[in-house]
Design a protein around this ligand. Structure first.
Ligand SMILES: NC(=O)c1ccc[n+]([C@@H]2O[C@H](COP(=O)([O-])OP(=O)(O)OC[C@H]3O[C@@H](n4cnc5c(N)ncnc54)[C@H](OP(=O)(O)O)[C@@H]3O)[C@@H](O)[C@H]2O)c1
Length: 465
């Protein structure tokens, strides 16, 4: 219902479900405590996803419309059920079972209780002795910031389809990433509660100066640009992130035939609450338009991996000429480029273990050359990995990092669900030699990499076909 345009109808059912699961989890004995926690986290994720779906329904050509009376009432009813029926016990010192969901619901109503619930969850974090984060061992400069060459991507927080975790588990893992030198995070206006949960974490983190948050302003619908609508969107990003100034705001614009995106970018660049401005999924032609207008752009976020090397065709040269850094996603194909998938049969796409990112990148693997060739690639990567005493994922990351126009690889992180931060530090501090490159190139020559560029188009075209 949430994903099929019936989100408001789903709210009474969600309230009912939250009540039942909460009651059962309290009664659950020790032997199924883990199961109870997983179920509670999953319902918490559903609540967040419902609020994200509502945000999407509120988007109109002039920005975001207000809730109608009836819509507000149904969200209020859900909020009431969550807060006043002992589902969320605000007097308890332990973490609230639905802190992410309640926070998202309260945020939708413009209430202040929400953030307080998350802060309560973070009591341990605030008081614990947290050492100064390690400096990342490989960095690049963008504007005045020195940033790690791996960002941690938070798209994975946007839906329980990646697995869900409680706010406190997520916070622990934010902390772990930062301690490992992964101090930069990528999120977006439409990644569920990623901005809110990260903003709440950061505001109570003792070394917040060491953290860098990149978020996005995405315009997917047809829009008439106004300074007010852009300013309101920026204000919303600041509110959710609990920051007065955004470190990096990346702009996505869906319909290139409407050149108002240049006006939108001018408003963004002129807004004092925006630090650096980046693009997201822009192709080279439209980046050129932006640059020709004299609009200062620091980065473009695009898909770039061993199976999608479209940036090499046109964008790379343009980025070098204009000192624009690529921030890349899909570099690990949602985890397919890892030891875990070596010698494995082609996955069933709707199996329980397959994540939404893997569904996205599996079709790229098929376009690129298919599963059999992909296995040949994994075999070669595995031999290189063994030689350098690293993992396949490290080699796949390194291959992208070695392009001079790549600032950082964004590695998706299922915060609180899986953790590869220790392994990912091994992507730094070494390079692929000529022999390694030749072995990889040998496989890539058998692929359809050039046809992909010709058929799909330049970077970002896959979202616009
Ligand atoms: N602008 C856009 O259109 C766009 C689109 C997609 C993504 N993004 C951004 O890019 C980020 C990256 O996400 P993605 O979907 O492209 O995924 P990805 O980074 O290609 O893959 C992430 C997955 O790789 C696995 N992994 C990570 N490190 C590993 C290691 N060292 N060893 C083995 N496996 C490892 C993990 O899988 P398991 O958890 O299963 O272990 C992880 O969930 C997103 O979070 C988002 O910030 C942007």
């Amino acid at each position: 219902m949430i994903g099929s345009g019936m989100v408001f109808d789903s709210l009474p059912l969600l309230a009912e479900l939250a009540g039942l699961v909460s009651q059962w989890s309290v009664e659950a004995n020790i032997s199924n405590a883990d199961e109870a926690l997983t179920l509670v986290s999953s319902v918490d994720g559903d609540l967040v996803q419902a609020m994200t779906a509502i945000e999407k329904t509120l988007m109109v050509s002039t920005g975001t419309r207000k809730l109608t009376q009836a819509e507000r009432q149904s969200i209020q009813n859900l909020h009431l059920r969550l807060t006043k029926s002992n589902i969320v016990d605000s007097s308890s010192s332990t973490a609230s079972p639905y802190s992410r969901g309640t926070n998202a619901v309260a945020g939708m109503l413009g209430l202040v209780e929400g953030p307080a619930i998350l802060v309560q969850d973070q009591g341990q974090l605030c008081t614990a002795q947290i050492p100064e984060p390690q400096s990342p061992s490989e960095t690049f400069k963008m504007g005045n910031s020195v940033l790690p060459r791996i960002f941690s991507g938070l798209w994975q927080l946007s839906s329980p389809a990646w697995g869900s975790a409680s706010a406190s588990k997520i916070n622990d893992q934010f902390s772990k990433h930062i301690q490992s030198g992964f101090t930069a995070f990528d999120m977006a206006d439409h990644y569920g509660d990623a901005e809110v949960i990260f903003g709440s974490f950061r505001s109570s983190f003792p070394h917040k100066h060491a953290i860098f948050a990149a978020t996005k302003l995405c315009v997917f619908q047809r829009m008439t640009v106004s300074q007010e609508a852009i300013a309101a969107n920026i204000g919303e990003r600041c509110r959710r992130l609990q920051q007065q100034k955004l470190d990096l705001l990346q702009f996505h614009w869906q319909h290139y035939d409407n050149l108002e995106y240049l006006d939108a970018l001018r408003h963004i660049v002129q807004d004092p609450r925006v630090g650096m401005v980046g693009l997201c999924n822009f192709d080279t032609t439209n980046m050129q338009r932006v640059v020709d207008e004299g609009i200062k752009i620091h980065s473009n976020q695009v898909q770039f991996s061993l199976v999608d090397s479209r940036p090499v065709e046109r964008m790379g040269t343009f980025c070098v000429q204009h000192n624009i850094k690529l921030l890349t996603y899909g570099t690990l194909c949602g985890g397919f480029l890892s030891d875990k998938w070596l010698d494995k049969p082609e996955p069933g796409l709707y199996g329980g273990d397959i994540t939404p990112s893997q569904r996205k990148y599996f079709s790229m693997i098929c376009n690129w050359g298919g599963w059999a060739l992909f296995q040949e690639l994994l075999q070669v990567l595995s031999e290189i990995a063994e030689k350098h005493k690293v993992s396949i994922s490290n080699v796949a990351t390194r291959w992208v990092l070695d392009f001079p126009y790549v600032g950082a690889v964004i590695v998706g992180a299922r915060m609180g669900v899986s953790d590869h931060s220790d392994d990912n530090t091994a992507s730094f501090g070494w390079r692929l030699n000529e022999q390694d490159q030749a072995g990889i190139e040998n496989i890539l020559q058998k692929s359809r990499r050039v046809q992909i560029f010709e058929q799909i188009g330049d970077c970002g075209a896959e979202y616009r076909s």
